[in-house]
Design a binder for this molecule. Structure first.
Ligand code: G16
Length: 548
């Protein structure tokens, strides 16, 4: 059995590759200007079919989104059967397929992959797909559907949903009717599963004040309203801001989790009232940050690190109350984690912590190695995983006291509340709300655990970001030659200084992170490093302004 090469060529000729563009599968799939991605999305449809056949016909997901990026960008990524990111060894296949110059070369590349992976091409491939609200979405969806038609895929279109919802649907489809059944693969099923777990955990407690949600003018806006409708309880009293998914040019602009985290200020359309509670999603609702304003007008951010420490503390305490021995809660972070969060996890919580490269796909795999792995990037992207040994230990507990029984029941309910397939702003928000309600905490009380070191994240646009190479969980540059020495000499000038430089895998930019003991030192360090990157590595546009 081989491909119907003629059919693939016919569809491929409808979706030609732009000759001069090279595509790369980055931190979260392919991402670039949406109008240029037709051939890539078409080819991802073909590859998703092969991946499904290689997994014995299990459903593979394809999500068309560029998440936090500008509206003109779009992207595509593949989702593996348990709802996790595509296995990394297949990313190279994605890049090969996307860059085949002609339709004939494309067929050859597909045949090569089928041989290499010993794929049984008689298996019926199955693919589930969805997209976000971007204007290039319908055009890219049509290209994807061409790819699916070219290989006679049994396809399910989930419409316009959040990225984590698509991950959830994929896992549900592949576990239906088994002991690992994850839920109903529908929006209503998603809302019922997470909504019911939330109500199980909070009922009987005091109801919280209203939560204002900045939905980044993205797909999270309609979806969180549906979730609230399903929950239909004063425990989830929300008001959604930045919910305009219809007007062009609004997605992620001046709002959303990336804007709030990077600029450390509230989003457009939200004026902070002391005592009120706020959070932001990003454009496809896989990131979450909280924040509030105090009576002196100061802005306080509760980012992914704060979420991670809140959740890890809560789980650690429940495990202790449940009296489960040898059940370790661990935390996975990236180099962007605030230095004081890492010290807090190690020195105060006394929990093991490890560092992974940027990208939830890297953190997820580290978290899988822990009994209960809490992983969050500082940008608010993350979740919690209970590995099989944790589940077995939980199952084996015979509670001897009501407190123990309650803790065990809460751990089970938390597992139902958490979207283990991927970081999910809506499920994470319900998790944070649960913990705050159970502790009776305000955002200010949550924020008291530790104080962040001042930090700054900058972007530098350069001629070619692929010349940047890193090692040591992306904290040390190995190229361009000599740049790391300059970074080191700058860092040495500032007490508690730390800085690193890495190429973004989702945007055409190089990221510069810096932290130091004071705000002034931190900003001086960040701008000095950004200036060095600009000067030594072909900066484009405006040189990062010196901080005075
Ligand atoms: C994606 C990834 C995240 C990553 C972020 C930025 O987020 O899923 O894990 O932190 O990109 O990556 P980079 O610094 O390489 O650009 P999202 O929310 O855009 O899907």
């Amino acid at each position: 059995m081989s491909f119907d090469a003629e059919k693939i060529i016919e569809y491929s000729n409808k979706n030609p590759k732009p000759a001069s563009t090279t595509f790369a599968y980055g931190t979260a799939g392919f991402r670039t200007v949406g109008d240029t991605l037709g051939s890539t999305v078409f080819r991802c449809g073909l590859l998703a079919a092969l991946r499904s056949q290689s997994k014995n016909g299990q459903v593979i997901g394809v999500m068309i989104t560029a998440s936090h990026n500008h509206e003109r960008d779009n992207g595509v990524k593949l989702v593996d059967p348990m709802g996790e990111m595509l296995q990394q060894s297949w990313e190279a296949y994605c890049t090969d397929v996307a860059n085949a110059q002609t339709s004939e070369e494309l067929v050859e590349t597909l045949s090569h992959i089928a041989q290499e992976e010993r794929i049984d091409l008689t298996i019926k491939p199955r693919v589930a797909y969805a997209r976000d609200t971007r204007p290039s979405g319908p055009m890219l969806q049509a290209a994807l559907e061409d790819g699916l038609a070219a290989l006679d895929v049994e396809a399910s279109n989930f419409g316009i949903v959040t990225t984590p919802q698509l991950h959830y649907f994929v896992r549900c489809l592949n576990t239906q009717g088994t002991a690992a059944s994850y839920g109903e693969p529908t929006e209503a099923g998603y809302n019922a599963k997470y909504g019911q777990a939330f109500l199980r955990l909070v009922s009987g407690r005091e109801t919280p004040s209203k939560l204002f949600i900045d939905a980044a003018n993205g797909v999270g806006a309609p979806q969180v309203l549906k979730l609230a409708q399903a929950i239909n309880s004063p425990y989830f009293d929300i008001e959604v801001r930045n919910s305009d998914t219809q007007t062009l040019g609004k997605l992620n602009i001046g709002c959303g989790a990336d804007h709030v985290k990077s600029n450390q200020r509230p989003p457009a359309g939200v004026s902070l009232v002391p005592g009120s509670r706020y959070c932001s999603f990003d454009g496809d609702a896989d990131r979450l940050v909280y924040y509030y304003g105090d009576e002196h007008g100061a802005f306080h951010l509760l980012d992914g690190d704060k979420i991670s420490t809140l959740v890890a503390t809560y789980l650690r305490d429940l495990v202790a109350t449940a009296g489960i021995e040898d059940l370790q809660v661990g935390v996975v972070q990236t180099a962007y984690a605030n230095g004081n969060s890492t010290s807090y996890i190690k020195d105060t919580l006394k929990l093991p912590t490890v560092f992974a490269k940027t990208g939830v796909k890297h953190l997820h795999h580290e978290a899988e190695k822990m009994n209960i792995g809490v992983y969050f990037e500082a940008n608010g992207h993350g979740t919690v995983l209970f590995n099989p040994s944790a589940v077995a230990k939980l199952r084996a507990v015979v509670p001897e006291t009501p407190a123990q029984a309650d803790a065990v029941e809460r751990l089970w309910a938390l597992r139902d509340l958490i979207n283990e397939s991927v970081g999910d702003a809506m499920s994470d928000m319900l998790l944070v709300e649960t913990i705050l309600i159970c502790k009776g905490w305000t955002l200010a009380q949550w924020n008291e655990a530790y104080t962040d070191l001042p930090s700054r994240l900058l972007k530098v646009v350069v001629n070619d970001r692929t010349i940047f190479k890193t090692t040591n969980a992306e904290q040390t540059l190995t190229a361009p030659h000599g740049l790391q020495d300059i970074v080191d000499s700058l860092v040495a000038k500032f007490p508690r200084g730390r800085s690193f430089v890495r190429p973004s895998g989702t945007e055409d930019a190089v990221r510069v992170y810096a932290e130091a003991a004071t705000r002034r030192d931190c900003d001086q360090l960040a701008y000095a490093v950004a200036g060095a990157v600009f000067d030594k590595a072909g900066g484009r546009g405006e040189r990062p302004a010196e901080f005075l």
